[in-house]
Ligand binder design. Sequence first.
Ligand SMILES: NC(=O)c1ccc[n+]([C@@H]2O[C@H](COP(=O)([O-])OP(=O)(O)OC[C@H]3O[C@@H](n4cnc5c(N)ncnc54)[C@H](O)[C@@H]3O)[C@@H](O)[C@H]2O)c1
Ligand SMILES: O=c1ccn([C@@H]2O[C@H](COP(=O)(O)OP(=O)(O)O[C@H]3O[C@H](CO)[C@@H](O)[C@H](O)[C@H]3O)[C@@H](O)[C@H]2O)c(=O)[nH]1
Length: 464
Amino acid sequence: MKIKNICCIGAGYVGGPTMAVIAEKCPGVKVTVVDINEKRIKQWNDPDVEKIPIYEPGLSSIVKETRDKNLFFSTDVDKAIDEADMIFISVNTPTKTYGIGKGMAADLKYIELCARQIAAVAKNDKIVIEKSTLPVRTAAALKNILDNTGNGVKYQILSNPEFLAEGTAVEDLKSPDRVLIGGDIESEEGREAMEALVNIYASWVPKEKILTTNVWSSELSKLTANAFLAQRVSSINAISELCEKTGADVNEVAKAVGMDSRVGPKFLKASVGFGGSCFQKDILNLVYIARTYNLQEVADYWEQVIIMNDHQKRRFAANMVQTMYNTVAGKKIAILGWAFKKDTNDTRESAAIYVADYLLNEQAEIVVYDPKVTEEQIYSDLDYLGSRSGDANRKGVTVVKSSYEACDNAHAIAVLTEWDEFKQLDWKKIYDQMLKPAFLFDGRRLLEPKTKKEIGFEFYAIGN
Ligand SMILES: NC(=O)c1ccc[n+]([C@@H]2O[C@H](COP(=O)([O-])OP(=O)(O)OC[C@H]3O[C@@H](n4cnc5c(N)ncnc54)[C@H](O)[C@@H]3O)[C@@H](O)[C@H]2O)c1
Ligand SMILES: O=c1ccn([C@@H]2O[C@H](COP(=O)(O)OP(=O)(O)O[C@H]3O[C@H](CO)[C@@H](O)[C@H](O)[C@H]3O)[C@@H](O)[C@H]2O)c(=O)[nH]1
């Protein structure tokens, strides 16, 4: 089966970059990314490619090369569905905020809406691909909705979870560790659909890295992969607290442990806590699924990863207050970095939001600088928590355009995102601008302690 026309529903952090790379690598395929969010689509179509809605290193140049050649962004969802042989569903699947499973289960309403829209519009057979991260067995629900329209259209449902990490999305997409495709391996039609998708990826991914499995394994592997990664971060963060009590250094411990080839060195960087749109949501989802099957021990085991992460964020903020003589009321605290990691403008579940919220409850005056996050986004993140009024957030938090401006006259600095530019700052100049004693809290182990202490900072770093 030769695929000529791909549609992707959802022009977000996954849909946008993934389709841009497919368009680049498969010039003979027309790729249309659709979204109901008109503003987002308008930004994707901005004549100035630097203004596309997602910041990822290398992304704007691919968009520049492919847009309006074989990559299109549109709000006309029906038309794109109608024309496509293959439809990726890449919409958001946030944690439910209401009803059964509130605070735990994945909210599948956007996925279901897509399925219903495909069912309403499609006139010829389609391959429908779950790109979003979904609870295991969602494909069965999708199939049910699609098969019950009675219009004779045949659907093959595939699971093709995305493993890209933000900040390195383009690199990850261009040379992935693996591509996972789950489908109905029992049937001829299922195998054909899987092969069609394998062929798309095989345009640039070596065949041995393209893994085919049954649908349920594929769906569950995505949740499991994120749970394992997050567990490593929580494990090293747990050890970071023990390091602070005992004089061990978490970086040294991580290095020693990670050099065991059975453990490996990656994802052992202690931090103020993991953030991002995926880890927490996907683990909560895994915990919820385990509970639905009455697997209490399994659920409790994975839930501990989240409990540890919440503890890490809280204890970082609490340590700031304690260190500054048990009060930060009226004190100016500079937060350097708001994104959940470097090289992205994404702030979802960023530890910075929770640290700022904690400090605002202690009546600190917060000044934030992040190289890629907008003022509007920072206020919206705090408003979303609902801890205080929007006015109180705007009164308590100022957003500025440089690190130097943020740190001017500050009592303390908290480094919460590992942006490279923070390493290059003139720390002596910053120290001279601050009130004394000048406190510097490194939530990322980004800064070299010795030189900061020599300048005169009261320096504290996670796990040191
Ligand atoms: N962000 C990541 O790094 C990442 C990585 C791997 C997997 N995932 C998973 O991929 C999925 C998408 O994540 P994201 O970060 O791209 O989300 P996102 O919120 O950035 O984008 C989702 C987009 O879907 C659109 N949408 C929702 N319902 C729609 C509908 N019915 N029709 C058309 N458009 C609709 C929204 O307007 C939004 O723009 C999630 O399931 C997530 O867990 C995310
Ligand atoms: O050693 C580490 C590694 C990561 N983090 C933090 O963990 C969070 C998540 O980082 P990362 O995994 O690099 O970014 P994401 O974009 O959230 O990517 C994860 O989530 C995606 C969405 O499901 C998956 O596709 C990716 O494979 C998975 O890495 C960030 O706050 C990081 O700062 C640490 O604190 N220490």
